[in-house]
Ligand binder design. Structure first.
Ligand SMILES: *Cc1c(COP(=O)(O)O)cnc(C)c1O
Length: 356
């Protein structure tokens, strides 16, 4: 028999979460963000569950080509734009929309020979100081692009550093207004946090990622508990060993946990080589046969150890949910000092994936 760990992707949850996005931003079109292999869910596996979206946004040409080869005909947006002038051949051939964040890209567009003009997302630096033109540079960049035969529609695009914060958009939106002064063009600003919490920033196209997969943009499950979002990925395994501890016994590497009384411990076939966070401390939530309990002892490469005190019926073969509908990925991530984004993206290739 194969090792019992498996990741299950709930297709209905993906469809449902896209419907939640539509409800939250009813007047906007939706770029479903499927970068990083659909946040670890597997792009080839999941894009059809999101096929009522208006477009897919991602980073790699390889991922864009995969979507085209599998039959996706509607728009595809390259969120980081192209990485070298040569990429424009494939962008042209596969009819992709590309962001433009630097002057060298405008020059490359001017020099390229394309079969037809392409749509451009002109990236404004909202103050985050990652990609994009500063507000005072945007008009000149827009004019240069507008003058090119290779350019079709231009949309203003920006990203926010602090959209989880109720006041986090005030200064960035002012910068975007400054950038857009005198320009008539569509805008795309909103990531998941904006889509849920900042209707004033929805504009023409929203760009949700994490909420499509049913996790929280803020890292706190509570923040999306009432939004109706459903976790799309469940990571589950089984108990493959039991230890009966006596008071004072230690568990695992470094004896990071010691029993203070007699205690049953379950050994679970899941470790950091599966993508479970090695930093998960004692107390990280996990469920066994549907009962909430916790990790005790250090996470090792292939195993974790869990307290079976709340579930005395549990034994070899009991089902363990590492994250999913019951144990929210945000709760596990938070315990381990990270965010759900990182855990889902880090699901290891050795974990078999099934669709449900
Ligand atoms: C990743 C990304 C998004 C989606 O972010 P979420 O927080 O997952 O919604 C949107 N826009 C850009 C430019 C991105 O890189």
């Amino acid at each position: 028999m194969s090792r019992p760990i498996v990741a299950t992707i709930n297709q209905q949850a993906l469809r449902h979460n896209l419907a939640v996005v539509r409800q939250a931003a009813p007047a906007s079109r939706v770029w479903s963000v499927v970068k990083a292999n659909a946040y670890g869910h597997g792009l080839a596996r999941v894009w059809q569950s999101l096929a009522t979206t208006d477009g897919f946004a991602l980073l790699n040409l390889e991922e864009a080509i995969l979507l085209r080869e599998q039959g996706w005909k509607k728009p595809i947006l390259l969120l980081e734009g192209f990485f070298q002038p040569d990429d424009l051949h494939l962008i042209d051939r596969y009819r992709l929309t590309t962001s433009v964040h630097s002057n060298w890209q405008i020059k490359a567009l001017a020099n390229a020979t394309l079969s037809a003009p392409i749509d451009i997302y002109l990236k404004v630096n909202s103050g985050m100081n990652r990609l994009g033109f500063r507000p005072e540079q945007v008009n000149a960049a827009w004019q240069k692009l507008r003058a090119l035969n290779n350019v079709a529609e231009i949309t203003l695009m920006a990203h926010f550093a602090d959209a989880e914060n109720p006041d986090g958009l005030i200064a960035p939106l002012q910068r975007i207004e400054q950038a857009a002064e005198g320009l008539t063009c569509p805008r795309s600003l909103a990531n998941s946090a904006c889509t849920l919490w900042h209707p004033e920033a929805h504009y023409d196209w929203v760009r949700p990622g994490i909420i499509l997969y049913g996790a929280s943009p803020s890292g706190d499950w509570q923040d999306i508990a009432s939004s109706g979002l459903t976790p799309a990925m469940t990571l589950s395994s089984e108990i493959i060993g039991i230890q009966q501890l006596r008071a004072g016994d230690g568990v695992g590497y470094g004896y990071r946990y010691h029993a203070t009384q007699a205690q049953r411990i379950g050994v679970v076939a899941c470790g950091y080589a599966d993508g479970y966070p090695r930093h998960a401390p004692n107390g990280t939530p996990v469920s066994v046969d549907g009962v909430m309990t916790q990790v005790v002892g250090a996470v090792s490469m292939d195993m974790i150890t869990v307290d079976l005190t709340p579930c005395p019926q549990a034994g070899i073969g009991s089902r363990v949910e590492l994250w999913g509908e019951q144990v929210k990925i945000d709760q596990v991530a938070k315990a381990a000092g990270t965010v759900g984004y990182e855990l889902m993206c880090a699901l290891a290739p050795r974990v078999p994936v099934q669709l449900s």
